[in-house]
Ligand binder design. Structure first.
Ligand code: GUN
Length: 284
């Protein structure tokens, strides 16, 4: 069996078209949606991600305010910038690209963002609301995964869904989004015993280890007809790769997402969607 490719470029472009219409609607009411991006240091991958996010904003009519800070910045300087952006009435969404340099505390920084401008869904308030099915701003990569499952009408209810990632940005929010869809959710991580057996019992696997020297998901590890969504992005011999080789996994999966061209474009599309949601707060 050869499965169906989950095409993040197709799905993300449908989301972007919808966002474009909503931007027009907001503009007709005198609201110019605006995202502030904060990039600290010179991590080339982070710089590329932020550039791509800004480009995507421009394409749908969302304004961006670009903040690049040196890697030597102190926590208090970073806090001051977040405070300024919180107060800036032109700014609807704030994205502090992670990771931050070691002298900066990610939790302190992201927690300082006003929940109404928290387009990453990382503040304790939005993360907590998500557990209660009440969040309006949800983490972008997990909501992108759900959007992909919905677009391809992949049944989730009652399925064994395995998440191989426990980060605040991906694994933890995804638990709640999959639970909302009535999946039976398992989280695996570096201390999980018999990961191969755990993978074999999963109907849906969302994998995001991101280190091929430690983990690679192969067709031998999954059950026939499993759905595999690869959220990892790492460089291997100069190429962008996920946790799977798409051509291998698709031999046995019913659906699988490639890297690049899978979840990556969805993360950006959901960021645009969150920015529109934030811009629409308190108005209609
Ligand atoms: N670094 C990697 N992915 C993300 C993301 O979705 N948001 C932020 N802020 N940083 C990231």
């Amino acid at each position: 069996m050869v499965g169906t490719k989950i095409d993040g470029l197709v799905v993300s472009s449908a989301v972007r078209e919808q966002v474009k219409k909503e931007v027009e609607h907001l503009k007709s009411k005198g609201i110019q949606p605006c995202l502030a991006t904060v990039l600290v240091g010179e991590n080339p991958a982070s710089a590329t991600y932020v550039r791509n996010k800004q480009k995507a904003c421009a394409e749908v009519g969302i304004k961006t305010k670009d903040h690049k800070l040196p890697s030597t910045i102190t926590q208090s300087e970073l806090n001051s910038l977040v405070d300024t952006l919180n107060k800036d009435s032109e700014v609807h969404g704030i994205l502090v690209q992670l990771p931050l340099p070691p002298q900066c505390n990610e939790f302190e920084t992201t927690s300082r963002i006003l929940p109404a401008k928290d387009v990453d869904g990382l503040t304790p308030q939005n993360a907590g609301l998500l557990t209660m099915r009440k969040a309006a701003l949800k983490a972008c990569t997990p909501s992108g995964v759900i959007e992909l499952l919905q677009y391809y009408s992949i049944p989730v209810e009652g399925k064994n869904a395995l998440i191989i990632n426990r980060s605040n940005l991906v694994g933890k929010p995804l638990i709640h989004l999959l639970l909302e869809k009535n999946a039976t959710v398992t989280i695996a991580h570096s201390k999980t015993k018999n990961l191969s057996d755990v993978c074999k019992s999963a109907d849906i696997i969302i994998t995001g280890v991101g280190d091929r020297t430690k983990f690679k998901l192969t067709k031998e590890m999954i059950r026939e007809g499993a759905v595999v969504i690869d959220v990892a992005t790492t460089r291997l011999d100069g190429k962008l790769v996920g946790d799977c080789d798409f051509e291998d996994i698709i031999q046995k999966a019913s659906f699988a997402s490639p890297v690049p061209g899978g979840v990556g474009p969805m993360t950006i599309a959901m960021l645009l969607k969150n920015t529109i949601t934030a811009a629409g707060y308190g108005r209609n």
